[in-house]
Design a binder for this molecule. Structure first.
Ligand SMILES: [Zn+2]
Length: 233
C-alpha cells in the first residue's frame, strides 16, 4: 500500500478515537449533578425547616391557649359559683375574669396568625417539592440517555484503540513522525482525500501535475492551500 494510503487509514481511525474520547469527556462532565438540582434540593430542606418551625410555634401557642382557658374557667367558676360573697373579693374576681378573657383573646389571635403561617409554609414546601420532583425527573431522563451513549462508546473504544495501534504499526517510522507533527497543526486531519480535482478539506483545486502524483505516486503530495497530505484512488 502507498505510504499516503497507510496514513489516510491511520488518520481515519485517529479521528474516530479523538471524537469518541472527546464525547466521553463531555458526557462525564454532563453527568455531574446540575446546579439547578442542588439548589432545588437545598430549597426543599430550607422549606422543611421553616415548616417545622411554624408547626412548633403553633403547638406552643396551643399549649398556652389551653393553659389560659383553664385559668379563665377556674376564675369564672369562682366568680359565678356563689362562694365569693364579699363585695371587695367579688370585684377582684370580676377583674380577674376580665383580664383573663383579654389574655385568651390575645392568645387566640396569635394562634390564628400561627395557623396562617403554618399553611403558608406548607404551601411553599409543596411548591418546592414539586419543582424538585420535576428537575429530578428531567435529570433522570437526560442521565439515562447519556449513560446509554457512554456505555456504547466505552464498549467501542477498546476495538478502536487496537485498530489504531495496528494501523500505526503499519506506517514506516519516518512517515509517522511527519504525520504526528502535521496532524495537531491541522485540526486532527493531516491527510485529505481528493474530491475530483479538489482537496476535500479546503475545497481548493489541485494542479494537474500534483494531482497525478497524489493519485498514483509513491511520494507525499501536499495541498498547496491547506498543507495537508493528499490522496486519492
Ligand atoms: Zn487543502
Amino acid at each position: 500500500m502507498r505510504p499516503v494510503m497507510l496514513l489516510a487509514r491511520l488518520n481515519e481511525i485517529d479521528l474516530v478515537v479523538d471524537a469518541h474520547k472527546a464525547r466521553l469527556l463531555e458526557i462525564a462532565d454532563a453527568l455531574r449533578e446540575p446546579a439547578a438540582l442542588v439548589a432545588a434540593r437545598r430549597a426543599v430542606a430550607e422549606a422543611e425547616a421553616e415548616s417545622a418551625r411554624c408547626r412548633a410555634a403553633q403547638e406552643q401557642l396551643e399549649a398556652v391557649q389551653r393553659d389560659a382557658a383553664d385559668k379563665l374557667s377556674r376564675a369564672e367558676k369562682r366568680l359565678y359559683g356563689g362562694l365569693v360573697k364579699n363585695p371587695r373579693e367579688l370585684e377582684d374576681a370580676q377583674r380577674d375574669v376580665q383580664q383573663l378573657r383579654h389574655q385568651n383573646t390575645a392568645v387566640d389571635d396569635k394562634l390564628l396568625e400561627a395557623l396562617v403561617a403554618v399553611e403558608a409554609a406548607h404551601q411553599a414546601l409543596a411548591q418546592r417539592q414539586a419543582r424538585l420532583a420535576q428537575i429530578v425527573a428531567e435529570w433522570g431522563a437526560k442521565q439515562g440517555a447519556l449513560r446509554g451513549e457512554q456505555a456504547r462508546l466505552t464498549a467501542l473504544l477498546p476495538g478502536e484503540l487496537s485498530q489504531q495501534a495496528a494501523r500505526r504499526a503499519a506506517v514506516p517510522a519516518s512517515f509517522l513522525a511527519l504525520y504526528d507533527n502535521l496532524r495537531p497543526r491541522r485540526g486532527g486531519r493531516a491527510v485529505a482525500e481528493l474530491d475530483g480535482d479538489d482537496c476535500s478539506a479546503c475545497r481548493v483545486a489541485v494542479p494537474p501535475t500534483r494531482l497525478e502524483e497524489a493519485l498514483y505516486g509513491e511520494d507525499l503530495v501536499y495541498c498547496g492551500n491547506c498543507g495537508r497530505l493528499l490522496w486519492g484512488e
